[in-house]
Design a protein around this ligand. Structure first.
Ligand SMILES: NC(=O)c1ccc[n+]([C@@H]2O[C@H](COP(=O)([O-])OP(=O)(O)OC[C@H]3O[C@@H](n4cnc5c(N)ncnc54)[C@H](O)[C@@H]3O)[C@@H](O)[C@H]2O)c1
Ligand SMILES: O=c1ccn([C@@H]2O[C@H](COP(=O)(O)OP(=O)(O)O[C@H]3O[C@H](CO)[C@@H](O)[C@H](O)[C@H]3O)[C@@H](O)[C@H]2O)c(=O)[nH]1
Length: 485
């Protein structure tokens, strides 16, 4: 089928590339000419494992093109995906101006051939009908000579098809979704979408044909839109829940990693998204939970559970600061080294990253902040972010450790598990590791000469400190087990 994807951020680009890999003929449109030129040269503007290779092979096969020309894209596509950003406004409400601009642009270029307009962006409940109206308004003001306006008005339908991919595993997630959600009232539009996704649903394009077909949820527009918000809100709440349990573990002397394992084995709970740490961030959870709370408020409902999930997260995101203060007391003049900056591993995305809150507060308290991130390297695009202006970016973990009073693991990049911590300890001023993701082996870190703190770890494990442990006791606790009498 002929497909047009408008907006080539994480979602648009990955959707376009994967649909091309499935055999469709895809044009991706973006209004950022620099980005389009980069993609035309076969390079992805985002860091996403596996994307470049797939992109280049589909381009070579002639099934994937990039342009700034919306008209060409609209004329080409039987299915037109809207995949532009919906960032948060200061009120928490979703900023839908980019979706609106694209819907207007589509309406201005419709040809009279049947097209399905797909809301792939995460949009407020009710946006499907709103997009339809914007397209109709644009048709009404279209300067058409070739097709009458009634024909144009009947030539399209709107479907909601929310996206559930995660950054860092976006390609894998697109080819292996847990479900596909299609919202709309037109049988023809839904059938078109099912035809589009048929190779994916039956996994016909890959070697994974023996796996069961991917479930397709067909529903109305509003329910499809709500499924997206409810999924993200549930996952964010689940993380806030385990973080709250971790904070209690810290106080009572239990180990949250063991607790997570213990509850996760209950199939009603499940073992995913139970990793306690310094809070959830990224381009989606914070903005989507805020948008759902805002929608609830618009309808006179306060959504107390969602508000509590956000509140717990706000506390969690500054927990590292609290723990550093417990250990180092005065942070003014101290040097803190951050291991990782991005909101999660395998992405260069800094949107709403917990590291940014931590940097802001450490700088405010007079600490010097250094950071090492495998992707956000000095000179990289991501490193230009003005919120990193006061951060001394290191090019190696050793360079990071030099002169630090403490290291904080902020992002659980897998390579941080196997750094030469003994060598790093040797060049530090004080030897403290605060593992903000519970990603390291505490015993190995202590053996390398560090005092180790996790999030929600038990004090009865001799090598680990909890938040309520006084420094004197903690010094003893950090010694190798045989020396703790
Ligand atoms: N990032 C994710 O992991 C993810 C996952 C699921 C859903 N979503 C949702 O998908 C949507 C897109 O998110 P993203 O992170 O890919 O966004 P993004 O901000 O990374 O990218 C948006 C792209 O749209 C382009 N654009 C803006 N206005 C345009 C216009 N008028 N015409 C053409 N192009 C235009 C921008 O240049 C940019 O390249 C959002 O609603 C988001 O909530 C994101
Ligand atoms: O057990 C966990 C799991 C995640 N996180 C944090 O939660 C945030 C989000 O992580 P993740 O969900 O893996 O990343 P995203 O790429 O933001 O993906 C989420 O947001 C996307 C955008 O809506 C959705 O499509 C995905 O389904 C949803 O998982 C990150 O800061 C993680 O560090 C934890 O703290 N503990």
């Amino acid at each position: 089928m002929n497909v047009c994807v408008i907006g080539t951020g994480y979602v648009g680009l990955v959707t376009g590339v994967c649909l091309a890999h499935m055999g469709h003929d895809v044009i991706c449109v973006d209004n950022n000419a620099t980005k389009v030129a980069l993609m035309q040269s076969g390079k992805s503007p985002i860091y996403e494992p596996g994307l470049d290779e797939l992109m280049q092979s589909s381009m070579a096969a002639g099934r994937l093109r990039f342009t700034t020309d919306l008209k060409a894209g609209v004329e080409h596509g039987d299915v037109l995906f809207i995949a532009v950003g919906t960032p948060p406004l200061p009120t928490g409400e979703s900023d839908t101006r980019y979706v609106e601009a694209v819907a207007r642009g589509i309406g201005a270029h419709l040809t009279g051939d049947y097209k399905v307009i797909v809301n792939k962006s995460t949009v407020p409940i009710g946006s499907g009908n709103w997009v339809r109206q914007i397209v109709l308004d644009a048709i009404a003001s279209q300067d058409t000579t070739h097709v009458d306006r009634d024909t144009l008005a009947q030539s399209f339908e709107v479907v909601s098809n929310p996206e559930f991919l995660r950054e860092g595993s976006a390609v894998y997630d697109t080819f292996n979704p847990d479900r596909i959600v299609l919202g709309g009232s037109s049988q023809r539009a839904i059938a078109t979408m099912q035809r589009l996704y048929a190779p994916l649903i039956r996994r016909q394009f890959s070697e994974k044909q023996s796996l069961p077909a991917i479930p397709v949820v067909v529903t109305d527009l509003a329910s499809a839109e709500m499924i997206k918000y409810a999924a993200n809100a549930f996952l964010a709440t689940k993380i806030s829940f385990i973080n709250e349990v971790a904070n209690i573990c810290d106080r009572v002397g239990a180990d949250v990693t063991q607790v997570a394992q213990g509850i996760g084995l209950d199939s009603r709970i499940g073992d995913k998204f139970l990793q306690a740490g310094i809070g959830w961030g990224g381009s989606c959870f914070p903005k989507d939970v805020a948008a759902l709370i805002h929608t609830a408020r618009d309808y006179g409902y306060e959504a107390p559970l969602l508000n509590a999930a956000v509140q717990t997260n706000q506390h969690q995101r500054l927990l590292a600061l609290e723990k550093l203060q417990q250990m180092l007391k005065i942070l003014k003049g101290k040097t803190i080294g951050l291991l990782g900056l991005t909101f999660k591993p395998n992405t260069d995305d800094l949107r709403d990253a917990p590291a940014l809150d931590l940097i802001r507060e450490l700088v405010r308290l007079g600490a010097k902040v250094k950071a090492y991130d495998p992707i956000v390297q000095p000179g990289s695009h991501a490193a230009q972010d003005e919120r990193l202006a006061q951060v001394d970016l290191a090019t190696t973990p050793m360079q990071l450790a030099q002169g630090c009073d403490a290291l904080v693991l902020v992002t659980d990049w897998v390579q941080f598990q196997t750094l030469d911590y003994a060598a790093m300890a040797a060049v530090m001023r004080q030897r403290i590791v605060l593992d903000g993701r519970n990603a390291l082996a505490p015993e190995a870190i202590v053996q390398a000469g560090f005092a180790y703190m996790g999030i929600g770890y038990s004090v009865d494990r001799p090598t680990v400190w909890g938040i309520n442990v006084q420094p004197a006791k903690a010094t003893v606790a950090a010694l190798p087990a045989e020396q703790v009498a």
